[in-house]
Design a protein around this ligand. Structure first.
Ligand SMILES: NC(=O)c1ccc[n+]([C@@H]2O[C@H](COP(=O)([O-])OP(=O)(O)OC[C@H]3O[C@@H](n4cnc5c(N)ncnc54)[C@H](OP(=O)(O)O)[C@@H]3O)[C@@H](O)[C@H]2O)c1
Length: 257
């Protein structure tokens, strides 16, 4: 799908990967709809300068079901072409040490709001016979590491949800793209070392959000169903999938209780 002139909705567009995607879409000439927790005039101005013909901001707290419902009401008349469910929270550490409130908020943002938004926005896309749902999962959806139990569970569920609706959308003109995102240098990436680091030697491989946004652009243009990691992360992913005993042995060597 070409990005130019498309109505693109991005959650969590103010920083990290979402900001990288928003800048990339602006440079491609997309009409942007940004879901943020707070208004951000500087961000709007930046994206207009980069080439976006329009930038609209909607404030919502994706950890609140009612807030997502209100957002959907605001979006009712917008003919969205691309929905990018990107916003996310990280939980981590030994399971008995993870605060229950953090786990609930993380599942709400990473999974339940993504489902609620998709469910609300999809009917318009199907009616117009055009659309793309992009869900930001993670290598954690496939590579199951200690200290990532709840976060990995949310991302595995995002991947399962995306696979199921991809099949449902056959011949509708609407497609899905699941991002199996590797380490990207953002605030969340820095949080991994803090939340997992006490018990796990965390891999330090990462690329920048702008470089990752360019990979996402190509996956959108090529109508890919998956964006997979490259390099050392791709090798780790293949080992976890095809040589699970070897993967568990390697993980065990890096984990200390
Ligand atoms: N970075 C990585 O290495 C990596 C790897 C795999 C997958 N991912 C996934 O990529 C996505 C983006 O991550 P990132 O690295 O860019 O993280 P980030 O820099 O921490 O950004 C997270 C974004 O989510 C938004 N957000 C969090 N809670 C929200 C809420 N309750 N309501 C609305 N927005 C909320 C944040 O907004 P505020 O600024 O208002 O908090 C921020 O825009 C996430 O889904 C993450 O799981 C990241």
């Amino acid at each position: 799908m070409e990005i130019k002139n498309r109505h693109v909705l991005i959650t969590g567009a103010n920083r990290g990967i979402g900001h990288g995607i928003a800048k990339m879409c602006a440079q491609q000439g997309a009409k942007l709809h940004l879901v943020l927790r707070h208004p951000d005039d500087a961000l709007k101005a930046q994206l207009i300068t980069l080439g976006a013909p329009a930038v609209l901001v909607y404030t919502a707290d994706l950890s609140q079901r009612e807030s997502v419902a209100q957002l959907l009401t605001q979006l009712d008349k917008i003919p969205l072409d691309i929905l990018i469910n990107n916003a996310g929270l990280l939980t981590g550490g030994l399971i008995e040490g993870q605060p229950v409130a953090d786990i609930y908020a993380m599942f709400q943002v990473n999974l339940l709001s993504l489902i609620q938004l998709t469910r609300g926005i999809l009917p318009g896309m199907v009616e117009r016979k055009c659309g793309k749902i992009i869900n930001n999962a993670s290598v954690s959806a496939v590579m199951h590491l200690p200290c990532a139990s709840t976060y990995a569970a949310s991302k595995a569920a995002v991947m399962a949800f995306t696979n199921c609706i991809e099949a449902e959308l056959k011949e509708t003109g609407v497609s899905t793209l699941c991002l199996i995102t590797p380490g990207i240098k953002t605030r969340m990436f820095d949080e991994i070392a803090v939340k997992y680091g006490k018990n796990l030697d965390v891999p330090q491989d990462s690329i920048g959000p702008d470089e990752y946004a360019q990979r996402i652009r190509k996956a959108i243009e090529d109508d890919e169903s998956y964006l997979l990691p490259t390099g050392a992360t791709a090798v780790g992913l293949a080992v976890s999938r095809y040589l699970p005993a070897l993967f568990r042995w390697g993980v065990g060597r890096r984990f200390h209780r």
